[in-house]
Design a protein around this ligand. Structure first.
Ligand SMILES: Cc1cc2nc3c(=O)[nH]c(=O)nc-3n(C[C@H](O)[C@H](O)[C@H](O)COP(=O)(O)OP(=O)(O)OC[C@H]3O[C@@H](n4cnc5c(N)ncnc54)[C@H](O)[C@@H]3O)c2cc1C
Length: 586
């Protein structure tokens, strides 16, 4: 039995999660150090609607906060705490406060180095606690109870504040140490958000390395008035010194880029100093990772450059069709991809977006990939694996209200719309799945489908039709997202059968109308594309330009799936190697 919150009145609602969301993850000592894993089982992908849930119960095991085996695992990590650590907490009258106190005492009981102290004045938000290294100003703060996905953040913070070194690229850590100024970060997160731990752990690590950086991770469920006042409608959302700073998955490198004005110039210099690669792979999703590994295994000099390691996999909650693994989660698979890549002599260049491509002027010559105005990478063969991204509706209000009611990730942001009316745009599989998930959290879901009928599989449609808080409107062309300047208040659509203009009042719009290939950066390069810009490839994953290959969701293949992308990446990698041997002669 895992830790369970005693406030039993709000399962599967905004920032309140089914008990399984509080099940603690196992911890693991990995190659790079101590990393709590997040292999705990996510609540079922398709949740039941609220009405069908059994009534919430008080948790009879509330006093047993850390389950025995987790306690043992945690105890085994405690010797790594070398500095005295104090857990300073402030409580209120809520049940959550009693739970937090119990949790902290349970943790402190596992190590002589850890003590607890109550200080009602230490935090404005209650319940809150700070993990502080005694006698220093190294500290990180959590408001709420960091369980579920955030339990790993709690353990890492404990270890890092306790003297366990932050495992990161030394240059990056130096850049963090060099950040000048006072930074007061607040991250709003939910316990079921899979991207939130990346942000929380990044800022916690940064504040351990540079104590001028202060960070509080706020669990929105316990501070809903604050969340509403701030207009937070997507998690993770980070505020810096009181101003909204960034939303979505952001790692240490991203924060450094945003804070350190010299970082871009330094990055450009570093890229320009790289020698010529045999093969440069652009894109760090499943396709790019597979291509790079296959090329590296041929002993070639390979570079792997991209914006976000893991690509769309990072946005995926549960994966049940990665053959040989019955179940995994996106961030876990992305970490495994990176770990596998790091086993090879591959030059990995992260957080770099290609902005242009100049093919070699002659067959067998050197291709150039551009990054911004000043940086280039050069290679004899290039594999393009830049994947795809959410397709936008391109209607007024959509970008203005992005993350202020317009969102693309039901799993991440659904809890923010608890008890509210929302719309899902798109009646394909993704839209209908999203609507089913959201129906268990929000008050009412309207699905708007452009065509005459929804295009989702029958099994999904049956489920959708069984829900009494979902309406489906077909032949509906969304024309505008409407808001009050702060957040979404409704949308307008045209009934395509009558041409009538209609409107809906609602608080959130989940856009689920497919994906577009990330190939804009190739415009003008002469690479042949079709449809919405998908790269045309042959059975060697070769493009029309000699020595340039492409794989995965950025190509004109019919099925966009992880294993398909990996297979294509492997094919492209082998073809690039073959090309280097034969010079393109078959
Ligand atoms: C919500 C969701 C759920 C999904 N669920 C599943 C599932 O359960 N099972 C399954 O098999 N598939 C699933 N998919 C599809 C699967 O994730 C994709 O098919 C797969 O990730 C494609 O891999 P890729 O490497 O081609 O592209 P991506 O994963 O999109 O990776 C592209 C890479 O290129 C980088 N990039 C993009 N533009 C640039 C640029 N200009 N310069 C440099 N780098 C760039 C990106 O940052 C990223 O690193 C899901 C997708 C989504 C969005």
């Amino acid at each position: 039995m895992g830790y369970q919150r005693r406030t039993g009145s709000c399962s599967r609602r905004l920032f309140c999660f089914p008990n399984s969301a509080f099940t603690n993850p196992p911890l693991a000592v990995t190659r790079s150090g101590i990393e709590p894993t997040t292999t705990w089982q996510e609540p079922p992908h398709r949740v039941e609607p609220v009405a069908k849930e059994p009534p919430p119960k008080e948790n009879p095991m509330a006093k047993k906060l850390l389950e025995d085996n987790l306690s043992k695992q945690l105890a085994s990590l405690m010797p790594r705490i070398t500095e005295d650590v104090e857990l300073i907490y402030s409580l209120d009258e809520r049940d959550a406060s009693a739970d937090l106190k119990q949790l902290l005492e349970d943790i402190a009981a596992l190590s002589d180095k850890v003590t607890t102290r109550e200080d009602a004045d230490a935090h404005e938000r209650k319940p809150s606690f700070t993990i502080a290294r005694k006698g220093t100003d190294i500290a990180v703060t959590f408001a709420g109870i960091p369980m579920g996905h955030e339990f790993s953040s709690l353990v890492l913070a404990l270890l890092q504040v306790g003297g366990n070194p932050v495992k990161e690229d030394e240059e990056l850590l130096d850049a963090v140490k060099g950040l000048d100024g006072e930074y007061e970060f607040v991250t709003y997160m939910s316990l079921s958000c899979q991207n939130c731990p990346t942000v929380v752990q990044a800022l916690n690590a940064m504040s351990v390395v540079n104590p001028r950086i202060k960070h509080t991770a706020v669990e929105g469920s316990l501070f809903q008035d604050e969340v509403n006042d701030k207009g937070v409608q997507a998690v993770p959302t980070v505020f810096l010194n009181g101003e909204e700073f960034v939303s979505g998955r952001t790692d240490i490198a991203d924060f450094v880029h945003k804070l350190d004005t010299g970082a871009a110039a330094r990055d450009a210099k570093k890229l320009n100093e790289k020698g010529e690669f045999d093969v440069l792979v652009v894109g760090q999703g499943p396709a790019g990772a597979a291509a790079a590994i296959y090329v590296a295994r041929k002993g070639m000099n390979v570079g792997l450059v991209g914006e976000r390691f893991g690509g769309q996999v990072l946005d995926t909650m549960s994966i049940e069709n990665f053959i040989s693994l019955k179940y995994t989660e996106g961030p876990k698979l992305a970490a495994a991809l990176e770990d596998h890549v790091n086993d090879y002599e591959i030059d990995v260049m992260k957080a770099q977006a290609a902005t242009g491509f100049t093919p070699a002027s002659e067959q067998g010559g050197v291709h150039t990939v551009h990054f911004g105005d000043d940086a280039t990478l050069k290679a004899r063969q290039v594999v393009i694996a830049t994947g795809a991204n959410w397709r936008l509706m391109n209607v007024p209000g959509e970008s203005e209200y992005r993350n202020k009611g317009v969102t693309f990730c039901p799993h991440c942001d659904g809890p923010l719309f608890k008890g509210k009316d929302i719309a899902v745009i798109g009646g394909g599989n993704s839209g209908v799945e999203a609507a089913i998930d959201l129906a268990g959290i929000v008050k009412h879901v309207t699905v708007l489908e452009f065509g005459e009928n929804c295009r989702a599989d029958d099994v999904l449609m049956d489920k959708l039709n069984s829900l009494d808080n979902v309406d489906v409107i077909t032949s509906a062309a969304t024309t505008e997202i409407v808001g009050d300047g702060k957040s979404v208040t409704g949308l307008k659509y045209t009934d395509r059968t009558t041409d009538e203009e209609k409107s809906l009042e609602l608080s959130g719009v989940f856009v689920q109308i497919g994906l577009l290939p990330n190939t804009k950066w190739l415009e003008g390069s002469g690479i042949e594309t079709s449809g919405p810009g998908e790269i045309v490839v042959d059975d060697h994953n070769a493009t029309n330009i000699p020595g340039v290959f492409a794989a995965g969701d950025c190509t004109a293949i019919p099925f966009k799936q992880i294993v398909v992308a990996q297979g294509a990446g492997a094919n492209a990698g082998l073809s690039a190697w073959e090309y280097s041997v034969t010079g393109g002669k078959k």
